[in-house]
Design a binder for this molecule. Sequence first.
Ligand code: HAS
Length: 542
Amino acid sequence: VDRKDANVAMAHIYVAMIALLLGGIAGLLQVLVRSGEFKLPWGIGYYQVLTVHGVLLGLILTTFFIYGFQIAAVSRTSGTLTAKQRLICWIGFWTMTAGTAMSSVMVLLNEASVLYTFYAPLQAHWIFYLGLTLVVVGSWIGALGQALRWMQWRKENKGQTSPLLSFMVVCNNLMWFVATIGVASEVLFQLLPWSLGLVDRIDILLSRTLFWSFGHALVYFWLLPAYMIWYIVIPKIIGGKIFSDALSRLSFILFVIFSIPVGLHHQLTEPGVDGSWKFLQVILTMMVVIPSLLTAFSLFATFELRGRALGAKGLFGWLRQLPWGDARFFVPFLGMLVFIPGGAGGIVNASYQMNQLIHNTIWVTGHFHLTVATTVVLTFFGAAYWLVPHLTGRTFTKELNKLGIIQSIVWVIGMTIMSSSMHVAGLLGAPRRSTFSDYGGAEIASTWASYQIAQAVGGTLLFIGILLFLYIFVQLCWFAPKGQEEFPIGEVAPNAEKTPAILENFKLWIVVLVALLLIAYSYPIFDIIQNAPLGSKGYKLW
Ligand code: HAS
């Protein structure tokens, strides 16, 4: 990757790392408070800390790391950015950073303790909403810079299939752009005017529905860069080949069309939405599971083919041939492994009836600590071990490699303790997003106490994991020996079938996406607006 492109990518990654440190501290405070053994000092509020944790890790760490990675990925596979494209990426970066600073200051001042979902009727200072708007607008600008480079490649190489990694980046950005329209409308037309005092009331149900039309796609915006690494980088690291270019593209296109019209599965207990629409979106949710199953199949195939090429025998003999001592493989592999129970939990959540049991319990927190905080985060950590030295001109030494492996084991042990106890306590009815309480001596609350202590133990290990990772990161930026580290890009297996041109026909996929969105959302939103008892408190549109 060209030095100037590397600078833009690294600027994003630095912000992500600051978010990781501050968000991690907030996470530690979180589990300690919930254990009932610790009180927050200096009048700091529980929801203030929870908002810092969710916003910095869920929104800022992820978005900034993803953009750092994606800019480097486009530059590596489509070619160095032009000065104009790079400038667009810088403008996107500074817009997002200014927005992050505005929102963070408001949260720290306790003027925006509204959690990362910023649900009304919780209200934040208008500067918080404006800051988040800038983060979204900045991300659109950055996405444009990346997409322009891919478009230029297509123009210069007419009739050829575009580089797989750049294609995946464009899919992720397209999905992100369409998804953010919902949340941008919520903030611009509802939350901002309301927090500025221009309107007295807003329609809560509408705001939540707009939020979730974005919120579930958000989780795939986190996941897809991890899939890019699994599909393209991991085969190269293990010395194998990408199983199929066509299958990889197909799974990304399926994410583009099915990630957004599924938000109602977060609102299955919402009384104001008709059951038939929830049912439709549950079916669409099951459709979005399919590309993950394709991914699992493809990865198993890549691993097995490589193992057999090295002479492995028996049903699972190929497993032994994988490079277990290489952190660039081992750390993301742990992420894949954790995604098996994480994804299964997601299917439980999406199953209409079972959702009644787990909704708003700490089970859900357990689910997303497996998916985003382990599968995605460990893949990003594993990627940082080659990406950061590649961008800073240093090397990932044997000692750092060993530390990377230890770090990931600490992470998985901590997360196993924390997340399993969250899942079990959730099944016992423990609510999410609540500080320690014995609920007036209620008998059931006493059954949660030991799980909360276990969460504090697991959470403490995770915090140690963050410090270890940041130590490696600092080494890779400034202290590791100078040298060249590879940005690994796998080749497609020679006997894979040809990629059909239809997979690159974005016009077609956008039409399908818009049609699905209209089917899944137009009537429910019309119904919400139509049936809002205008005048009754909290349900008036404006
Ligand atoms: Fe989820 C709630 C349903 C995936 C994140 N989810 C959340 C929230 C977050 C989140 C943050 O339907 C909380 C939001 C909030 O604050 O309220 N989720 C799903 C479903 C999937 C799913 C169906 N979620 C994710 C991913 C996330 C994420 C990915 C982040 C990155 N989720 C829900 C639902 C709720 C929800 C409901 C709302 C609950 C409620 O009531 O509030 C699916 O996409 C999962 C499909 C995945 C699989 C796994 C495939 C496995 C693979 C690994 C292969 C391994 C290999 C290695 C090859 C089917 C690809 C193995 C090698 C060996 C040798 C063994």
